[in-house]
Design a protein around this ligand. Structure first.
Ligand code: MN
Length: 730
């Protein structure tokens, strides 16, 4: 295992100004945190973060990245907390470790084909800082190097994930070396037979052509030297994975492969690249279609190089890559080569947002989202792509992409409509959270459900996904319809009862054509909404029934006019009266089909009456309400109702009072104090000053019931500053 001083030495080799003290502190902190934890190999766990850090020192990354690498598994796997890390190592490192902790959740996500794209996006969205991705890749690389110790099923899953997600990610980030190593390691586990075969054949091929690499290197070097070009030439056989890919792609056998050797020519400057190319093309026959100039047209991951293939010495096809040292470094380390060190100075995270490396990463990130061919990606520079989305997990590891601003309600509907409709609460990362919390990337969201619940209609305007909105609308519509139908049935029950005829669904069905409705439920809902009168339904079901309507008496009618039988007078029901005939009214909010007039409605204790309004169901008025006069000529709209407040949930009801008070300082305060002290809730106060001595006020408040309202009124009357109080009824 790497010693503390070794880690510091590795960093100091390329960064003499490294924060030695902080590196030491991180080393000790992580060592203590991981304690006696062991890896699958039996090695101490702490060796792993150190190896990850070592990989990153090869890329010459900054202190913060190296320290984050040392700490990367502490929060997820030990008692360490992000707060503690922030306290000990500062915000920047805490942010990096936090990003890594979130990414780590990805390791437990079950591999689902449809999640591949989301997966890559999540990776990038969570890793807002390029350095988080770099640590993640180094982490994966070390895990792949030590994969042999894992269980075989786990091995396969991790290897497949590496090929599908991490190797392409490294490639798109321009880190060819890491990409190739990841692919190579994964290939060995995914296709052990093919890997063994190709490795053996390659070894045989190299054996037969012993010395050829050296010969070609020497010949090339000599030709360049003749022209006065300083160049380093190095050749190698291709790696098993790229050989296998080529065999698969072209459906050819190993023996049919031509260019097994690849050579790299490194020169001091761009001009030399083209001079080298000239030498090569004039010396050997070039293979058509293989020449590519990525110097004049760099790849989108900033890769620059000239590629060509020639029939070289010994009639061996030779693939050549020609580039400068700088280009070579980018080809090997990609973003890491750009990112971090310039003139021995660390670029801070803030500088990163400005730097070309950062911009370059953003471009790369965009391509990943498209996951199509690299050629496409300049056309798809949707920079805001990931700012628009959040990625969250279900407790089972399902990954869900949502628009930014999404809430647990959106999440619930994204999982399943039933989950959304039955949602009553949520837990985010294990903690209870309101359903309206804005979700963050990487959040794990658990929905608390309850059956028999209807999503509140207000949710419709609070959610951000169309799916949730449509589902809520459907559910609330269905619920409202059910309530109207329920109310309609109660109204009809009573109407048929009074007519002395039985009501059943069969008879109602038979009368549907006469009622011009498609179903029994339609009829019930229409009656509940007040679009169809109960008397019409009775007559439609029993056309023979004598339906004599009484003429309206002088001075208007009472609710008794509602019934069909002559001579019967309905009585108003006192609160909680045990009367099976009156329709129970539980109050606002409980029953969408029932409403109260806004300006001074009924409160429990008032004798009440319901008025049916087309499309709006029932409005409840106190029977002394002057508004009722307007319905005198429409007896069919009157409904006999009673309070039903057995419900345990206590509700407040709106009431309005008018006051006249003496105009002196503190009057308003005295009045509001009386109301507040008596547990009245003031919604609004309107003041009017008819003359300088008195003020008229209208107070809208909510109360529990009539007794409560009366108590407040009588208390107000006792105040010397109050000259008059009365209740206003709409
Ligand atoms: Mn790790």
């Amino acid at each position: 295992m790497m010693r503390q001083y070794e880690l510091v030495d590795r960093v100091k080799r390329y960064n003499p100004n490294a924060d030695e003290e902080m590196l030491d502190r991180a080393y000790v902190y992580a060592m203590k945190a991981h304690g006696s934890q062991k890896r699958a190999s039996g090695d101490p766990f702490f060796a792993h973060p150190l190896e990850v850090a070592a990989i990153l020192t090869d890329m010459r990354l900054d202190d913060a990245t190296i320290i984050a690498a040392v700490l990367h598994d502490t929060v997820e796997d030990t008692a360490a907390t992000i707060d503690e890390i922030r306290h000990l190592f500062g915000d920047e490192i805490a942010r990096l470790v936090d990003g890594l902790t979130k990414l780590k959740k990805l390791d437990f996500v079950s591999k689902k084909a449809t999640q591949g794209e989301n997966f890559r996006k999540l990776l990038l969205a969570v890793a807002a800082d390029v350095r988080v991705l770099l640590v993640k890749l180094a982490d994966r690389l070390h895990n792949m190097r030590t994969l042999d110790h894992m269980r075989s099923d786990k091995r396969l899953r991790i290897a497949e994930e590496t090929v599908e997600i991490y190797a392409p990610l490294a490639g798109r980030m321009g880190m060819q070396e890491i990409r190739e190593e990841l692919e190579e390691l994964a290939f060995r586990h995914i296709k052990p037979d093919a890997h063994a075969l190709i490795t053996a054949k390659l070894a045989g091929f190299v054996d037969i052509n012993q010395g050829l690499i050296g010969e070609i290197e020497a010949e090339l070097g000599q030709r360049f030297a003749e022209r006065g070009i300083t160049a380093t030439v190095s050749g190698r056989a291709k790696r098993p994975y790229s050989v296998w890919r080529k065999m698969e792609r072209k459906s050819i056998s190993f023996e049919q492969l031509s260019d097994i050797f690849g050579f790299r020519v490194i020169v001091p400057n761009v001009e030399d690249c083209y001079r080298v190319l000239g030498v090569i093309h004039t010396t050997w026959a070039m293979v058509p279609g293989r020449y590519k100039d990525y110097i004049s047209t760099p790849k989108q991951n900033d890769y620059r190089s000239i590629h060509t293939t020639v029939v070289g010495p010994g009639h061996q096809r030779v693939e050549l890559q020609i580039r400068t040292e700088g280009m070579d470094r980018v080809a090997e380390f990609g973003v890491a080569a750009h990112a971090i060190y310039k003139d021995g100075r660390t670029i801070s995270a803030k500088d990163m947002t400005e730097s070309s490396a950062y911009q370059w990463l953003r471009r790369t990130v965009d391509t990943l989202a498209e996951s199509a061919s690299p050629e496409e990606f300049l056309e798809h520079t949707k920079l805001e792509l990931f700012h628009d989305q959040v990625f969250c997990f279900s407790p089972k590891g399902l990954l869900i992409a949502l628009p930014r601003g999404a809430t647990p309600i959106d999440f619930a509907y994204a999982v399943h409509t039933d989950v959304g409709n039955s949602a009553v609460g949520s837990k985010i990362n294990g903690r209870n959270a309101p359903l309206l919390t804005e979700l963050q990337n990487g959040d794990e969201v658990e929905i608390v459900r309850s059956n028999g619940q209807v999503p509140p209609a207000a949710w419709e305007s609070l959610v951000v996904t169309g799916k949730a909105r449509a589902a809520i609308r459907r559910a609330t519509r269905a619920a409202v319809r059910r309530q109207y139908a329920g109310l309609g049935r109660q109204i009809l029950d009573r109407a048929f009862d009074r007519a002395g005829r039985p009501l059943n669904d069969e008879k109602l069905k038979a009368a549907l054509p006469r009622l011009a409705r498609a179903s029994v439920e339609d009829v019930l809902a229409s009656v509940g909404r007040g679009e169809m009168f109960s008397g019409d339904v009775v007559r439609a079901v029993y056309p023979d029934l004598e339906t004599e309507k009484r003429p309206m008496p002088e001075g208007g009618a009472g609710p008794g006019w509602f019934d069909l039988k002559q001579g019967e007078n309905l009585k108003f029901k006192l609160p909680k009266a045990d009367d099976g005939n009156a329709i129970p009214i539980a109050g606002m909010g409980s029953d969408l089909a029932v409403r109260f007039p806004p300006n001074g409605g009924a409160v429990p204790g008032d004798r009440i009456v319901g008025i049916m309004s087309a499309g709006e169901g029932v409005t409840i008025y106190p029977i002394q309400s002057p508004a009722l006069a307007a319905f005198d000529n429409e007896p069919e709209r009157w409904l006999d109702v009673r309070w039903d407040l057995e419900d345990k949930r206590k509700r407040r009801f709106p009431a309005r009072i008018a006051l006249q008070s003496i105009n002196e300082p503190g009057t308003l305060a005295q009045i509001t104090t009386v109301i507040a002290e008596h547990d009245g809730n003031i919604d609004s106060v309107k003041m009017d000053r008819p003359n300088s001595d008195f003020t008229d006020m209208t107070v809208d408040l909510t109360v529990w019931d009539l007794k409560h309202l009366n108590a407040i009124i009588s208390e107000l009357r006792q105040k010397p500053v109050v000259s008059a109080v009365e209740r206003i009824i709409a």
